[in-house]
Write a protein that binds this ligand. Structure first.
Ligand code: TEU
Length: 537
């Protein structure tokens, strides 16, 4: 009997950051109706699944990752009818939709927390983590992870902002409440979830174990049994602290705990180890290649991988790994090497038109809580404004959150109103209308690349074999199965590079510069990328 391939293995997932995608009512905030109006844009790219960052009711301290009511849509985004309509229209177009599930913490304005903090014997007290004394654990967004609350003279735990108290997953009553929420949305017809920082739900705070804690597997198992089992859905867990090996283990087996994981080993390589994201280090391509090679080998026939370079927390891939001087070339090159690998491909909104990071002069133009906090902390430490801004330009989360650049009209066609975050001034040059009108645009390239992926099974199941492993500027590898062999090549160099193609027979499947003739001894231009089929098919 032929092995049945799970649909999400061959799906293209597109992340929409609702605040910044499309504003339908001109209030400056993107919304659900705006997303619904652009479904054809996504369908035409080849998108199978839309992942929606949170749209639940929220005070927006962390742009919706601080939820006040899990069962309501925030008025900024519309209402429940708009949500149902988005799900319906997405399904009509034969796409699916997954939501973001943020259950490590809630907003401090969630009624559970308001009850919890009101007195020590309130029935909701144990929904959150309270201690008489703080420990040394720090918040991801800077400062202590403990906040004093005078009502009960105790401290609550918040790994993110102080408006995001952590839920107490040790409490079985709380867990039941969460499962009911998950089932509410699945019963409404959504097709799965991206689970925010889900590596944290097994933590043991008193022993300072946060990611991948002692209870992680049992909690994921319970969630699976109570909510996911038997449903035709996909799940992807964001697990910033998980090892490659554990990511493979959690996603393997007949009924994996999660279908795939966002694992961050490749993401942290441009940081000074152990010093956090703001301590910048030049990326060593060899290290980068090694992480991917390890991941590809670990996941081969054992677990499943997600392929991503960007999301709403990460800088724009072109600015980070490519070159804004060779913007279109490097956007295409990065897509080629990333999506040539085994795993489910993820595109973050704007990546498909080569959007870049932003450099605002004034710190007040930044809206991200993490960026604002770190600016205060670092400048108070005496680090000069310019130096802090350089780190923010490189790593700040607003780089990827500026409004989507649809065209060259006012506010890039995102909104007639005042955008909640300024549009990147380069929208006159970089926008979807311009890119789509160019047959050699980034969008057209992404589209073709995804068509090639889907129509050649070697991309789904083929083995990963590195090529030019020791080269510090070229990322190249084969994918090979019993029937087929392809060679994927991408140059990370802003200079010409020499390349040896050790085959007589090959067919060019795609390249980002068609004027380049493929020969045994060849020279490739900066940021060149191509995929060759080896031999004759
Ligand atoms: O992010 C979790 C996380 O640990 C990081 O991605 C982190 O936000 C980033 O590295 C900070 O530099 C998730 C969400 O994706 C993020 O937007 C939220 O702020 C965070 O959880 C809290 O919900």
């Amino acid at each position: 009997m032929e092995k049945q391939v799970k649909w999400w293995k061959n799906a293209l997932v597109y992340q929409v950051y609702p605040l910044s995608f499309m504003d339908s009512n001109q209030d400056g905030y993107g919304d659900l109706k705006g997303i619904t109006s652009q479904l054809d844009y996504l369908k035409n790219l080849g998108v199978d699944v839309i992942w929606l960052s949170p749209v639940y009711e929220s005070p927006m301290d962390d742009n919706g990752y601080d939820i006040k009511n899990y069962l309501a849509i925030d008025p900024i985004f519309g209402n429940m009818e708009d949500m149902k309509n988005l799900i319906f229209q997405t399904h009509q177009k034969k796409m699916r939709l997954i939501m973001d599930l943020v259950v490590n913490h809630t907003s401090d304005e969630h009624h559970w927390f308001l009850e919890s903090k009101s007195s020590k014997d309130n029935p909701y007290r144990d929904y959150y983590v309270w201690r008489d004394e703080p420990s040394t654990i720090g918040s991801v967004f800077g400062g202590s992870a403990w906040e004093y609350d005078e009502v009960t003279d105790s401290y609550y735990f918040h790994l993110f902002s102080k408006k995001q108290p952590d839920l107490n997953w040790d409490n079985p009553v709380l867990r039941e409440k969460i499962y009911a929420i998950v089932n509410f949305w699945l019963d409404m017809g959504i097709d799965g979830f991206r689970l925010d920082v889900i590596d944290l739900i097994g933590k043991d705070i008193d022993r300072h174990i946060l990611s991948d804690g002692p209870h992680l597997n049992e909690r994921l198992q319970e969630l699976y049994d109570q909510c996911f089992r038997g449903r035709d859905i996909m799940t992807v867990g964001e697990m910033p602290g998980l090892s490659l090996e554990r990511a493979a283990a959690i996603t393997s087996g007949e009924n994996p705990l999660l279908d795939m994981i966002f694992q961050f080993s490749h993401i942290s390589l441009d940081e000074v180890p152990g010093q956090g994201k703001w301590a910048l280090k030049k990326l060593d391509l060899i290290e980068f290649k090694n992480v991917f090679e390890k991941l590809q080998h670990l996941m081969y026939n054992h677990g499943w991988n997600s392929l991503f370079l960007a999301n709403h927390d990460q800088p724009r891939a072109v600015s980070r790994y490519g070159s804004t001087l060779y913007r279109m070339e490097s956007a295409k090159m990065l897509a080629t090497v990333l999506y040539g690998m085994q795993g489910t491909p993820y595109v973050y909104q704007g990546e498909e038109i080569g959007m870049t990071g932003v450099r605002f002069d004034n710190i007040d133009q930044y809206k991200d809580i993490e960026t604002k906090n770190i600016y205060q902390i670092l400048t108070h430490q005496g680090i000069p404004h310019e130096k802090v801004m350089e780190a923010i330009y490189a790593k700040g989360r607003d780089n990827s959150r500026t409004p989507f650049q649809w065209n060259d009209s006012k506010n890039a066609g995102f909104s007639e109103g005042n955008p909640w975050l300024d549009v990147n001034p380069n929208y006159l040059e970089i926008n979807a209308k311009k890119d789509l009108s160019n047959p050699n645009g980034v969008y057209a390239y992404f589209k073709k690349l995804f068509q090639i992926r889907k129509s050649n099974p070697v991309f789904l199941e083929g083995r990963f074999i590195p090529f030019m492993k020791e080269n510090e500027k070229i990322f190249a590898y084969y994918r090979e199965d019993d029937q087929d062999k392809v060679l994927i090549i991408g140059s990370f160099s802003d200079e010409k590079m020499k390349l040896e193609i050790p085959f007589e027979q090959f067919e060019l499947l795609i390249s980002n510069d068609e004027s380049v003739e493929i020969k045994n001894h060849m020279e490739i231009p900066p940021y060149y990328a191509c995929i060759l089929r080896i031999g004759e098919k």
